[in-house]
Design a protein around this ligand. Structure first.
Ligand code: GAP
Length: 513
């Protein structure tokens, strides 16, 4: 059994080896929590973005997209509350001089107790076999109940203290739980302080006249300030949504989790403008719709769960995360937030411009409420990538490393391989590549024995290999090999396009929703 840490290390190493993700500026020893996407990574990322965009924009008559600038007028961030409230509670260890997020230290403490619960459940499953009733076990086993109570009381006290800005109590909690610096074991902590996560920059040629700007910490505000532009020019009727994908920047402190938590990352967000009072039903609708989107990719139903926020952000009246089982445990993948009329009202107040919707049926104007869905593209990338990487035992006692990416997202859909580098086989293989590349990303590979080429494509995540051999010269047929099952079929060259299309088409996958 590979432990979580080793599995995560494998994911990072594989991402580098196969051209998916590189450390940024690696030749200068890298830049912490900043990453570059390589030749395969950029394709996977584009495909995930496209899969989201099609589901959200193309498939909804009442959702349109925009692409707002990263730079925004600085008052935007005063209005949104980010200047005053976009903070993390930080604590320093006086001995190691390391800085941590106080809430993350406490959450990690609870995650360790949760791991103990999982162990108890695992032991009991083995002990009771088929007769095991997990629900009953976790609610009646004394040790598990004690563990769960400890988690619940700790998290709820932390949420209350953060809500009240009672940072002294957050520190007291860390001390009472005897939480130590994960690196050194020291318990010599400073007080907890708030730290703003926005990056500042300057706009203008001369230092005296330069204007202070922020790099946007979320894409959402670009949608809010364009609410009326889109509503009026698109003649949109409520309920309607505006979607956007793009970069966001946060000066993250806990930044040791590869592309899970980055300082420069990409978001895919949608703000859905609704009539006040209807937020409850739309909240349920978007929770269900977004979960279905995730499940359509087939990464395993049990790998998702909802987590209701205990501490609501300054703008929300309800909020939850869709959590995914990453190699380091269940963590937030996407947020669904009922943002009330907070943002539009704040922008009205700070800009002095009306941001209201005239409802022709009711003959009244109002500031719409907003339901937000917000997912990190890089986090989605990590979810897909880490879940797909498997080490498989084969019948002949060997193993193979295979990246079982959903075919719709795979960077290269098919690799075309001539069995040998002679007898006219490379020419036919290249002709197949030339024909298929109008529809799909395809590659050509003639180096090494065909078995090794299959393994290379398995590890790179290519769903199909197409082998051209001597029979091809006779009957125009080729072997198509399926990455996941390793099944091989003989098909005609002219059938290839339809076979591949059926498996990689966005429609086929989204229809599973
Ligand atoms: N507009 C709402 C908003 O930004 P959020 O929960 O702060 O909400 C939304 O962020 C999503 O963005 C998260 O669920 C996560 O997937 C992604 N995200 C946030 N911070 C990130 C970071 N530092 N690195 C990578 N992804 C991040």
């Amino acid at each position: 059994m590979v432990n979580q840490e080793d599995q995560f290390k494998k994911v990072i190493a594989h991402a580098k080896e196969y051209g998916y993700v590189f450390q940024s500026s690696e030749i200068y020893d890298g830049l912490s929590a900043v990453y570059d996407y390589g030749q395969n990574g950029v394709e996977l990322k584009n495909n995930i973005r496209n899969y989201w965009w099609k589901a959200m924009v193309q498939m909804h008559d009442n959702i349109v997209g925009i692409d707002a600038a990263i730079f925004m007028h600085p008052t935007t961030w005063k209005a949104s509350g980010h200047v005053d409230a976009f903070n993390d509670p930080l604590i320093d260890n006086k001995d190691s001089k390391k800085r941590y997020r106080a809430d993350v230290l406490i959450e990690d403490y609870c995650a360790k107790i949760e791991a103990k619960i999982d162990k108890e459940v695992e032991k009991a499953t083995k002990r009771f076999g088929d007769a095991f009733d997990k629900e009953q076990f976790v609610t009646t086993n004394q040790r598990v109940v004690e563990y769960q109570t400890k988690i619940d009381t700790t998290l709820s006290r932390m949420a209350k203290s953060l809500e009240k800005e009672d940072l002294a109590d957050v520190k007291a909690l860390i001390e009472e739980l005897e939480i130590a610096d994960p690196l050194t074991g020291s318990r010599n902590w400073t007080d907890v302080k708030q730290f703003n996560l926005m990056f500042g920059t300057k706009l203008g040629a001369s230092a005296e006249n330069a204007m202070d700007l922020y790099l946007r910490p979320e894409t959402a505000q670009g949608i809010f300030v364009n609410f009326l532009n889109v509503q009026k020019t698109g003649r949109m009727k409520i309920p309607f949504g505006i979607a956007q994908t793009g970069k966001a920047f946060r000066n993250e402190i806990v930044a040791r989790q590869f592309i899970f938590r980055m300082r420069e990352f990409e978001q895919m967000e949608m703000q859905f403008f609704i009539k006040p009072g209807t937020q409850g039903e739309w909240y349920d609708y978007w929770k269900a719709t977004r979960l279905k989107w995730h499940k359509s990719l087939g990464l395993g139903e049990a790998n998702y769960r909802f987590h209701d926020h205990e501490k609501l952000a300054h703008y929300a009246d309800a909020a939850c995360d869709i959590e995914f089982k990453f190699p380091f445990g269940f963590k937030e993948l996407e947020g669904i937030h009922s943002r009330t009329d907070f943002d539009l009202s704040q922008h009205e107040k700070y800009s002095g411009k009306k941001l209201q919707y005239f409802d022709p049926e009711e003959n009244t104007s109002y500031v719409p409420y907003v339901l937000e869905t917000s997912i990190g593209l890089d986090r989605m990338f990590l979810a897909v990538f880490s879940n797909s990487l498997v080490e498989e035992e084969l019948d002949n006692n060997t193993t193979r490393t295979v990246l079982k990416l959903p075919a719709v997202l795979a960077p290269t859909k098919a690799a075309v391989l001539p069995l040998v580098k002679k007898d006219g086989l490379p020419e036919i293989a290249k002709k197949i590549v030339d024909d298929l590349k109008w529809d799909f990303n395809v590659s050509y590979d003639e180096k090494d024995a065909v078995g090794r080429r299959y393994r290379r494509q398995d590890a790179a995540g290519t769903p199909f290999c197409i082998t051209v051999d001597h029979d091809t010269l006779e009957d125009n047929s080729v072997t198509i090999r399926y990455r996941d099952t390793m099944e091989q079929k003989r098909v005609k060259i002219e059938e290839l396009r339809d076979i591949i299309k059926q498996e990689v088409d966005v429609k086929t996958w989204l229809m599973k929703m």
